[in-house]
Write a protein that binds this ligand. Structure first.
Ligand code: C2E
Ligand code: MG
Ligand code: MG
Ligand code: MG
Length: 288
């Protein structure tokens, strides 16, 4: 029978452990080995600028290819990684991998990386960003760091200091999932963001009805007021794209533009776009 004291919970698969905590425990053991076993992959979702209709960057999204469970969603394992202290090494792997990949893309195409709250609070973060940029030889302005507003519930001096230290290195800072938390408006004033990502619940979620577009419009104009660009997440249809465009957002991301895809595929997409642009300026290469 499972004991109720702390020591008992540290034992693996104790007979009385409920099915749920056993499953969690098993996932935890696997997660601890996933980095060395090279089971993580980054996929990249394109972002399109609405002024030029060109792909100007992408967001890196982590995938865990588990040998028996298949692909595990980050929504499932990132919170676990945070809890058991694995988010720092996993986050460093994400930063290094995304910067290395982005350094191969043409022009000034950007890559956005998600930072989780525990990673943001880690004293190792600023150094990890600097060394990922240096190792890849990536221009710092081509990296964007996404943080969620939940993180900024306390407008503590420590948080402001971390944001300023990150900015001093050169990356852009984006506020992810904007509009879903409670701190949205006040944190826009307190923190120096470059970009607001409008949460997809306002764009294509079940609640995205007529007045959701009014929210999108309000956020776009708020962004303009603070000198921040706005990108709408979760654009799934041509209609949503048209609506978003008319509300004054700067950019869009979503299945309608492109699904998250492996590194080789996004590299090809950016290269093709650069080729097309080069051909259209070069009469030698135009079709006969
Ligand atoms: P997020 O940063 O808000 O990422 C956007 C999520 O929306 C991604 O889910 C993406 O696949 C999904 N998405 C994109 N376009 C559409 C669309 O048109 N419709 C719908 N329904 N969904 C769309 P994903 O990849 O499962 O990631 C979920 C969350 O996990 C992310 O939300 C982010 O918070 C976290 N995450 C992902 N990768 C990382 C990472 O490398 N580090 C950290 N700390 N968190 C990560
Ligand atoms: Mg994100
Ligand atoms: Mg988001
Ligand atoms: Mg999200």
């Amino acid at each position: 029978r499972a004991k109720r004291d702390g020591r008992a919970t540290a034992r693996f698969f104790e007979t009385g452990m409920d099915a749920c905590s056993q499953a969690r425990r098993a996932l935890e053991i696997d997660l601890r080995r996933a980095l060395v076993l090279d089971q993580f992959e980054l996929v990249y979702q394109p972002q399109m600028d609405l002024d030029s209709d060109r792909l100007v960057g992408c967001e890196a999204l982590i995938r865990w290819h588990h040998p028996t469970r298949g692909t595990v969603s980050p929504a499932e394992f990132i919170p676990l990684a945070e809890e058991i202290g694995l988010i720092v090494p996993i986050g460093e792997w994400v930063l290094r991998t995304a910067c290395r990949e982005a350094a191969r893309w043409p022009g000034d195409v950007t890559v956005a990386v998600n930072l989780s709250p525990a990673q943001f609070r880690s004293p190792a973060l600023v150094g990890a960003v600097a060394s990922a940029l240096a190792a890849a030889g990536l221009a710092p302005g081509r990296l964007e760091l996404e943080i969620t507003e939940g993180l900024l519930l306390q407008e503590s001096q420590a948080n402001i200091d971390t944001l300023n230290a990150l900015r001093a290195l050169g990356p852009r800072i984006a506020m992810d999932d904007f509009g879903t938390g409670y701190a949205s408006l006040s944190s826009l004033r307190a923190f120096p963001f470059d970009r607001i990502k409008i949460d997809r619940s306002f764009v294509s979620g079940p609640k995205a009805e007529r007045d959701a577009m009014a929210v999108v419009r309000a956020i776009a104009s708020l962004g303009a007021t603070y000198g921040m660009t706005t990108i709408a997440e979760g654009v799934e249809t041509p209609e949503q794209m048209r609506d978003i465009r008319s509300e004054g957002c700067t950019a869009v991301q979503g299945y309608h533009i492109g699904r998250p895809m492996p590194a080789a595929a996004i590299a090809r997409l950016f290269a093709d776009q650069a080729d097309t642009a080069a051909r259209s300026f070069d009469p030698q290469h135009s079709e006969p």
